[in-house]
Write a protein that binds this ligand. Structure first.
Ligand SMILES: *Cc1c(COP(=O)(O)O)cnc(C)c1O
Length: 477
């Protein structure tokens, strides 16, 4: 495009007030505030000016064409802005505990409990028996102690908060001994040395990255030592020549020196995943039985419940934590209590947990079942693509995610989408703009849709999204 053609096009662009008078834009003004529509018109015109200067082909050359292009863009912009920012997402990545996608999907029972808590009043802090003030933890404390074998339980906002509260209560101003091999960072913001600093406790590192012996702890213990800390290396593994001092050994040391042992487990597994071919992950029951005085874990990792930090352990230690003013600042809301109780109840009967809790169901899904679902999805997608793309079934590897079981490779199946007209990048961009948004994985210009993480009924929504995305012209989106 030459300069005179460009300035010709720029002159043909309508003014803001002309756009606002277009019938379909005027109609918008009956639903949306004038400022919002005006701003959208301004933004679209600025963008169109830039697109003309850059010689973009999507810009229609005629005055009428340009006008309807601008009107169309204004309609789309206003509708996009009016949409909720937090939207449903179809997770076709195969990453079960995808932190960016909100980690655990709640069970139907937990969803119903949240709905119950949202739609009316609850006995959150009222003991219905006595009519007196009760504890918001009462709904889950008894179930947690029954499931884990611990004496007492407390729940805060997330596991990072649980660790912070435990360190601050049990070791503020004093020393905490931890192995160099366990100075973990989770998700870029939870780092043991920094949480320790925040809690007011002093970190004393012992041993080496790959080997730490009980004697390393023994040498570091002095009159300022308050706590022995064991951190489960949930998002990495140290392999090869290694020696970890386990929770049971730390508990022996704790008894020897009269020091409590805190175990940060990260994921709170309550069922042994090894039975299902997944790498062994220490369960909460095992950590308690091994002698940890306090155990902390997340509610929304392998447990499959709401975001929460669960603390179980010795009553006298948890009583001190409950009195710490931090507990009030870190307390959970009624939705969390509701969802957590419903999730935990499923574990009271082990079989039920495996049937009800989506995270567990997704993790233990069988190969044959996944393959059948991928074939069914590919068939449905081919129907909807109407020749605009080829969809095949491919073998893929799903991941647990959420900083859990980092080495686990879960064999799975995906529908692989290949369009002749648009790239996998373009297709996945269009799918992200849908409602619900669809997130897959790109591999060698194929868009992979792993069936493991699809929820019931999402196949149809996914097929519709693919159909719409493939149909869009280059100027849409
Ligand atoms: C995930 C994790 C945390 C942080 O838990 P959040 O619930 O995400 O706050 C802390 N410690 C370990 C070992 C973890 O795996």
């Amino acid at each position: 495009m030459n300069d005179s053609k460009r300035s010709g096009l720029l002159r043909k662009l309508p003014a803001v007030h002309e756009v606002l008078q277009a019938p379909r834009v005027a109609e918008l003004l009956t639903f949306y505030p004038r400022v919002l529509v005006t701003e959208a018109a301004r933004a679209v015109l600025n963008r169109a000016r830039r697109q003309i200067m850059e010689g973009e082909k999507a810009i229609p050359p005629s005055e009428e064409g340009l006008f309807s292009f601008v009107v169309q863009e204004v309609l789309k912009t206003v509708e996009r802005q009016a949409r909720p920012n937090l939207r449903r997402v179809i997770n076709a990545t195969g990453v079960v505990l995808h932190t960016n996608l909100g980690r655990a999907v709640l069970s139907l029972q937990a969803q119903a409990a949240v709905q119950m808590a949202a739609s009316g009043y609850t006995n959150l802090e009222l003991d219905l028996e006595t009519g007196r003030r009760g504890s918001r933890y009462a709904a889950v404390e008894g179930i947690l102690t029954r499931l884990t074998g611990a004496e007492s339980a407390l729940v805060v906002n997330n596991n990072a908060a649980a660790v912070l509260l435990a360190l601050s209560t049990l070791a503020g101003g004093r020393e905490v001994v931890v192995s160099r091999g366990q100075l973990i960072e989770i998700g870029g913001s939870f780092r043991i040395p920094e949480v320790m600093a925040q809690s007011g406790a002093r970190l004393v590192e012992v041993g080496t990255t790959n080997k730490t012996y009980p004697d390393d702890y023994r040498r570091a213990i002095n009159e300022n030592t308050a706590l022995l800390l064991h951190v489960h290396t949930s998002n990495y593994r140290i392999v090869g020549f290694t020696r970890e001092t386990g929770i049971a050994e730390l508990a022996d040391l704790g008894r020897e020196f009269g020091l409590p042992v805190l175990s940060d487990l990260g994921s709170g597994v309550l069922v042994d995943l090894e039975d299902f071919g997944l790498p062994g992950e220490p369960t909460v029951q095992q950590a308690v039985a091994a002698g940890a005085d306090v155990v902390t874990f997340s509610g929304d990792k392998l447990l499959g419940g709401p975001q929460a930090g669960i603390i179980v352990g010795k009553r006298h230690l948890l009583e001190r934590m409950k009195k710490n003013p931090l507990t009030r600042a870190l307390r959970i809301d009624k939705f969390t209590v509701a969802a957590l109780e419903a999730t935990l109840r499923a574990y009271l009967d082990g079989e039920r947990a495996l049937e009800e809790i989506p995270v567990l169901k997704m993790l233990i899904a069988g190969r044959a079942d996944l393959e059948r679902r991928a074939r069914e999805l590919a068939r449905l997608l081919n129907e909807h693509a109407a020749g605009r793309a080829q969809i095949t079934v491919v073998q893929v590897t799903s991941r647990v995610g959420g900083g859990a079981l980092p080495t686990a490779e879960l064999p799975s199946f995906a529908a692989a989408v290949k369009s002749e007209e648009i790239s996998a990048e373009e297709l996945s961009w269009r799918l992200r703009a849908k409602d619900p948004a669809v997130i897959g994985r790109i591999q060698e210009d194929l868009l992979l849709l792993d069936v493991r993480t699809l929820q019931e009924g999402e196949e149809k929504l996914l097929a519709q999204a693919i159909k719409d995305a493939l149909k869009e012209g280059p100027e849409d989106g």
